[in-house]
Design a protein around this ligand. Sequence first.
Ligand SMILES: Cc1cc2nc3c(=O)[nH]c(=O)nc-3n(C[C@H](O)[C@H](O)[C@H](O)COP(=O)(O)O)c2cc1C
Length: 162
Amino acid sequence: MRVLVTVGSARGGTEGLGEMVAADLRAEGLDVDMKAPKQVRRLDGYDAVVVGGALYAARWHRAARGFVRRHAGELRARPVYFFSSGPLDDSASDKDIPPVNGVAKLMEQAGARGHVTFGGRLMPDARGVVAHAIAKKHSGDWRDPDQVRDWAHSVAGELRAS
Ligand SMILES: Cc1cc2nc3c(=O)[nH]c(=O)nc-3n(C[C@H](O)[C@H](O)[C@H](O)COP(=O)(O)O)c2cc1C
């Protein structure tokens, strides 16, 4: 089974989560491609798709939103899973955080089967005025490889069963 993982990320943290998801799905025996949203022309040849998006001001990164809108019809025809990232604290590891409203709407458009929120990352030297101000008080890496592995395991199980 061939799976596409594609991620909208501004500062690399969510891209790193996409790489973890891809590696964990490969370890589950799936054939996985990871591509930037704009590199994807058509979904022919993919049996399932995972879309990840960084959260900024309670919205998904633009590239992830655009990908879902462009490919909504093709996405509806195959199993689709979303992940968001992410809170700059332990909350995503401690509890299930539902999708923000915009992502919930995109899930409907794509017919997505599931969603998870993973913790985020903000480097101390983050660029951008607002990001830099937040990073001065609140930098760190809350991405949780165990949570990612567990989620990938459950997605792989659902795909095998479908
Ligand atoms: C300006 C700014 C706004 C953010 N807004 C949110 C938010 O609304 N919700 C959230 O969970 N995380 C928020 N974050 C945290 C980011 O989602 C987190 O740093 C994430 O890992 C960024 O992913 P990226 O490195 O792939 O761009 C925000 C971070 C910054 C710098």
